[in-house]
Design a protein around this ligand. Structure first.
Ligand code: AMP
Ligand code: ZN
Length: 111
């Protein structure tokens, strides 16, 4: 997608703080972090929302999030993986992204 922010980040047309990348996905630090660790994992292929997400890609994003959580020292402390879908959930970028949040105690219910 020509006009998609996260396609541009994945294609390195826009700079970001990349944490790790593979042929299938890119993980980078959120520009407005909501926790000491706040990483976004995106598939390289453009998928707009969770409603359009296939099981293999969904599993891949979760596996990437788990692996980065471990690298960030969060696996035993705890962390949150979040997928916001559409307006009421607060999705603002319409290229699917898994939020990895950690490094502080989280509250429930979320805001
Ligand atoms: P969501 O509200 O779930 O769509 O999340 C979008 C996230 O993308 C927000 O947490 C933003 O802070 C983050 N974001 C927006 N622009 C950038 C950018 N250029 N680099 C990194 N993160 C970004
Ligand atoms: Zn995209």
């Amino acid at each position: 997608m020509n006009d998609c922010l996260f396609c541009k980040i994945a294609g390195k047309k826009i700079p970001s703080m990349i944490v790790r990348e593979t042929d299938e996905w890119v993980a980078f630090r959120d520009i407005n972090p909501q926790a000491p660790t706040h990483v976004l994992v995106v598939p390289r292929k453009h998928v707009a929302t969770v409603n359009d997400l296939d099981p293999a890609t969904a599993g891949m994003l979760v596996e990437a999030g788990k692996s980065i959580a471990r690298e960030e020292g969060l696996a035993e402390r705890g962390y949150r993986l979040v997928l916001n879908c559409n307006a009421e959930a607060g999705q603002t970028v319409f290229h699917v992204h898994l939020h990895l949040l950690g490094g502080r105690t989280m509250k429930w219910p979320p805001g």
